[in-house]
Design a protein around this ligand. Structure first.
Ligand SMILES: Cc1ncc(COP(=O)(O)O)c(C=O)c1O
Length: 396
């Protein structure tokens, strides 16, 4: 595992003295991706949708290839269309505005889980406020599983969308999205899956899951900032209206006719270097066989989980069966998480403290904030020992 550290300038530079455990917020970016992006910035920094010279064409081909790699990585090339976004947040907002807004009326329902990130909560709240629709939360059982069958049985309203997170950014809980989609399909209800936290950890095949929309961000899977995707099932795409208007998406300026492929979402100049970087990230993930690190991540997460679970002063919110996502959330009794973080700061241990942009989850847990350590491929046992030693010092 130490070999992987060599791929990341930050880890080499600090000689792993800093302990980076905020991977659920953003993963580090490997040098290979940074170098490739820098090369593209130096030698291919041209406008792909406008130029008809050779360099623009060559760069456009690279851009299209990056898209293909991304679609292929998710087993999505046959059934899904890719819309480039700035990340998962923008992707969800596009679905809210371009798919749902015109199709939802007073009394209709949008279903989400009890543990959504604000990015998969606020866009629906806003639409519901505007249209008089109702945003409902699907109850979870004691293991954190969504009981979708029950939710559908108990609701006679017109359910316009089920939008759920694949893996909770606070609990690490992974939902059985295959079964949720299957049940929703039987009831003709479209499903959106927020894959922000699942894409770094699980091999996902979109065709096998069969949801209508999937969203994710590159920066949570070793890629660059400012780029992500909305993946739309081909069969539902024609029901969506355009988003922004401007250069690149118009067919007839006088008649206000828009292109009807994914280009209708391409108003303005796209973040080309970001997309090329995401493509290079996919190459890197394939090269290192990223999912071969799953056991390593789980081993480290279990080590921390067991340690925390055995301390009577500590409340652990992640369940033992959910450690594979590398996310462990907890609090130390009677010490505010921000005060706990002062100790971590002094030791250069980087964890996330607060409500994790998920007040719904905080309400579900009956707390206001907590500490989240999130583990990824380059973390090692020393990192876990350092955080455990620091907690020992805080408690005793
Ligand atoms: C579950 C979940 N959904 C959505 C987002 C938003 O991602 P982004 O800020 O990249 O748009 C995050 C980010 O933490 C997340 O964890």
């Amino acid at each position: 595992m130490n070999r992987i550290i060599e791929d990341f300038s930050y880890l080499r530079k600090t000689n792993c003295k800093g302990v980076y455990l905020d991977n659920a917020a953003t993963t580090l970016c490997p040098d290979e991706v940074i170098d490739y992006m820098s090369e593209m910035q130096k030698y291919n920094f041209v406008n792909i949708n406008r130029g008809s010279y050779k360099l623009a064409e060559e760069t456009f081909e690279k851009y299209e290839l990056a898209k293909k790699k991304i679609l292929h990585f998710f087993g999505a090339e046959n059934d899904y269309l890719f819309i480039q976004t700035t990340g998962a947040t923008e992707a969800i907002n596009i679905v809210a505005r371009c798919f749902l807004e015109d199709n939802i009326k007073q009394g209709d329902v949008i279903l989400i889980s009890e543990c959504e990130h604000h990015s998969n909560y606020l866009p629906w709240r806003v639409i519901c406020e505007k249209k008089g629709a109702v945003l409902k939360k699907i109850p979870m059982d004691e293991n954190g599983n969504i009981d979708i069958e029950n939710a559908l049985c108990n609701d006679n309203s017109d359910i316009k969308l089920v939008s759920i997170t694949h893996v909770s950014n606070v609990l690490g809980k992974k939902q059985n999205v295959e079964s949720i989609v299957e049940i929703c399909k039987k009831n003709n209800i479209p499903v959106l899956i927020d894959g922000s936290q699942s894409v770094p950890h699980y091999k996902i095949n979109f065709t096998n899951i069969g949801m209508d929309f999937f969203v994710c961000s590159a920066h949570k899977m070793l890629g660059p900032f400012g780029v992500g995707g909305l993946f739309v099932k081909k069969s539902i795409f024609s029901t969506m209206k355009h988003n922004y208007v401007g250069g690149g998406m118009v067919l007839d300026v006088d008649k206000l006719l828009w292109k009807d492929g994914t280009e209708k979402y391409m108003a303005g100049t796209p973040n080309t270097v970001g997309m090329l970087g995401w493509g290079a990230t996919i190459d890197y993930l394939n090269k290192i066989n990223v999912f071969s690190y799953n056991e390593h991540i789980k081993k480290l997460a279990d080590l921390l989980y067991e340690y925390l679970k055995n301390k009577k002063e500590i409340n652990v919110y992640t369940q033992d069966k959910d450690t594979a996502s590398g996310i462990i959330s907890f609090n130390i009794n009677n010490i505010h998480p921000h005060d706990v973080n002062e100790f971590f700061r002094n030791e250069n241990i980087m964890v996330r403290v607060g409500n994790h942009c998920s007040i719904p989850t905080m309400r579900y847990l009956g707390i206001k904030s907590c500490i989240r350590a999130s583990i990824y491929i380059y973390n090692n046992e020393d990192d876990i020992k350092k955080i455990m030693n620091t907690i020992d010092k805080i408690i005793y």
